[in-house]
Design a protein around this ligand. Sequence first.
Ligand code: PMV
Length: 362
Amino acid sequence: MRSSAFAHPNIALVKYWGKSRDHPSHLNIPTNDSVSMTKESINTAESGIDLITHTTIDFSDQYDKDMGFLKSDDDLVPFTEIQMKRILKVVDALRKIAGSSLRFKMMSQNKFPTAAGLASSSSAFAALATCVSNALGLTLDNVELSKYARLGSGSASRSLHGGFVCWNKGDSHDTSYAEQICPCNEFNISAVIAVINRDEKAVSSDIGQETAHTSVFNPVKIREAQKQAVEIKKAIQNDDFTTVGQISEKSCLYMHSVMMTSDPPLFYWNPNTLKVIKAVVATRNQFLHTYKTIKKGIDQKEKDGIECYFTVDAGPNIHCLCRTEDLDEVQLMLQGIGIPEKNTVRVRQADYGSKVVDQHLF
Ligand code: PMV
């Protein structure tokens, strides 16, 4: 009973940060709804980053224990005990509904840096839920599977779907699930990721968010996120890039304010993160200034600057959000501040989140 899956990571536009303390912590019920775009990379050859996770799992009575390995191009490393615990949360829940006691061998490959703020856990647990369910002969749809991916990593629930996705916080295992807001390419937005650091972060997001409740700003962030989720869904459906960009930036800053004021404080940014953020704001201000002054009818090529916005997850890397036709210009802007093309990833919307595939890793 072997099955494999591909999954794409997602970038949160309205962020999740912190589990509800009114529910058992293993359920990963969040404090607020969150909204994301499932993403795939365009310039994989130049950046060496392909935003996809490939996972294979095999259940068989020939295994006497559960085994999991992280594969890279030249290495195969067993998952640590802590990583296996997270993997087992998903597998055990699905084994239970399948009524199976078979042990497994599992292998997973991220074609991009793991745990470096590029949302590897979102694609990893989405791929896992998909191939486990298929290998065990279950026929769960992606909304249902999002509940199981959530048990491994909250953000993974959103990576079950392509395009734009909302994770409804809910108040139980059954009501906390992710659903698609609209498929890819119905809303014009892309991104360039400025990859500041490919190293594994010091504090993983699942550990970091355990202290979110200690920040005095947390209740405000939760309240605002609920409103932002409603507004951004409308803006996505109305193809309103400006509103989506503005909300995304605010949500990012609210989340990092909570991180920085938690006990102990968490600083995921580094000086280069701020340098990119300032460049994004400056080039947008230039755009807004010239846009206001050019008269109607003047060729849009006359415009200066770019309408772009930033968002940053739990790491130093920045997503510069822009309209698809502005990708080249955003990349040039980043080159202008010393971020070479090999350290940028051009990102477009992915048409699927997670799917079963025929290619197996073993
Ligand atoms: O799902 P986790 O535990 O990796 O947390 C992800 C949190 C952020 O990426 C920072 C925000 C989000 O909503 O994806």
